[in-house]
Write a protein that binds this ligand. Structure first.
Ligand SMILES: O=C(O)CCC(=O)C(=O)O
Ligand SMILES: [Fe+2]
Ligand SMILES: [Zn+2]
Ligand SMILES: [Zn+2]
Length: 419
């Protein structure tokens, strides 16, 4: 058998880079987490792993000793002296006890029928909008009795979902059926949060219709060509399932997308910061600082508003708003992201910032530059068809506000086409 690939695990299969493995500390063989029923996030808690074979003689695996509740690595020995890190139990307790200016001072409260494209084009879409009732939003959802088990029924238990281990602020993957099992178990050994389950390609898609306004404004909806070489980005239907005390630290949504969130049951608390020049500069330096997880970004800015989103409420967060989210009770929420014409300059600034921060592609808007070109092509056609119009305000904002090589190319092309 010379040359045969080495095999591992109880399943005796060759190495597969896409599957998470754990090494046995006794026999030194490697095991697929799914074959030995160890979740990826659990592996981080194991000090000495004993595989099913070695367990017979050597007893069960040994877990790391928890020395502190305020550090991501809770086995660190010099615990007392070191600062609290975001997402840990101590952090969440302190966050709950703090007071913040209320977002009521800032939010627009509206009915679904008032939230029209005309209204936003006239008034701008620069402040978060809270819609306390579903009426006239065009948003369709399953009933509030819809459970995490129902999500499993519609999406399929084998679906691999990204799961955030909140205390460690670490991302891992697990099967949806295992996350649902975890969610349903009252004795939860840790806090896990699912925020990136996009379900447009599942049976659950038919149960949710996005708000009319997001669909009307959406670049993907309006400008993505059916025959595009790139696959159409799917970012409009997310199902969020988080247990109490889940926390997502301050961020700007990918590509400077705007986003709607509807809480089906439970509650989420948003901490909202306005994307002023000063706040964006502070955010960029905080994001690239090594002590990011030990510094509460809300303390660095003039005002961080607290916004409680209760069951049945829908919150719209505009382009560039910096936000953190505490899941104050077990919660299921739906949400969707969209790019639009109302704040192109800010969208481009956010995209450029992601590039400077070297954000991995996985966390960026898929084919952001391609969609900008599709929008630009459409704009150009509009301009050519209306030669009397010197420049629409949309076009002006688009090409004046982007200072990257891509935009310089775009400006050159527009100039070329317009002679
Ligand atoms: O609910 C959460 O934990 C995070 C929500 C959010 O802001 C996001 O997914 O971008
Ligand atoms: Fe977000
Ligand atoms: Zn295996
Ligand atoms: Zn072993």
């Amino acid at each position: 058998m010379a040359g045969a690939a080495p095999v591992y695990c109880v399943c005796r299969q060759p190495y597969d880079v896409s599957r998470f493995m754990i090494e046995c500390d006794i026999c030194k063989d490697w095991f697929h987490s799914s074959c030995v029923k160890v979740e990826e996030h659990q592996a981080a808690d194991i000090d000495l792993y004993h595989c099913p074979n070695c367990e017979v003689l050597h007893g069960p695996s040994q877990l790391k000793k928890r020395r502190n509740w305020h550090r991501h690595d809770y086995t660190e020995s010099d615990d007392g002296a070191r600062p609290v890190q975001a997402g840990t139990r101590t952090f969440i307790q302190a966050l709950r006890a703090r007071s913040f200016p209320s977002a009521d001072d800032l939010l627009l409260r509206m009915n679904g029928s008032q939230l029209t494209q005309r209204y936003l084009e006239k008034q701008g879409f620069n402040l978060p909008i809270m819609v306390p009732r579903l009426d006239d939003l065009g948003l369709r959802l399953p009933p509030p009795t819809f459970s995490v088990m129902d999500v499993e029924r519609y999406v399929g238990g084998e679906k691999i979902v990204d799961v955030i281990d909140v205390a460690r602020q670490a991302d891992s993957k697990m099967k949806l059926k295992n996350f649902v099992k975890y969610f349903m178990n009252p004795a939860r050994p840790k806090v896990l949060n699912v925020i990136s389950l996009e379900f447009s390609d599942t049976k659950m898609a038919d149960l949710v219709k996005v708000p009319d306004i997001s669909k009307k404004l959406s670049w993907v909806e309006n400008y993505w060509p059916d025959d595009s070489f790139f696959t159409k980005p799917f970012v409009q239907k997310y199902c969020l399932m988080g247990v109490k005390d889940s926390y997502t630290d301050f961020h700007i949504d990918f590509g400077g997308t705007s986003v709607w969130y509807h809480v089906l049951w439970g509650e989420k608390v948003f901490y909202l910061i306005k994307p002023s020049d000063e706040n964006l500069a502070l955010y960029e330096s905080w994001s690239s600082s090594v002590t990011q997880s030990e510094e509460f970004f809300g303390d660095k800015v003039d005002k961080c508003y607290k916004c409680v989103v209760k069951q049945g409420h829908t919150l719209f967060v505009p382009t560039g708003w910096i936000h953190a989210v505490l899941t104050s009770q077990d919660c299921m929420a739906f949400g969707g992201n969209f790019l639009h014409n109302l704040n192109i300059g800010m969208q481009l600034r956010c995209y450029e910032m992601e590039k400077r921060l070297k954000t991995p592609d996985l966390f960026k808007f898929p084919f952001f530059e391609a969609i900008c070109w599709f929008v630009a092509k459409n704009l150009l056609e509009t301009l050519k068809g209306n030669s009397s119009i010197i420049m629409t305000s949309f076009g002006q904002r688009f090409i004046e506000s982007w200072d990257s090589p891509c935009a310089i190319g775009l400006r050159a092309n527009l100039g070329y086409f317009m002679v």
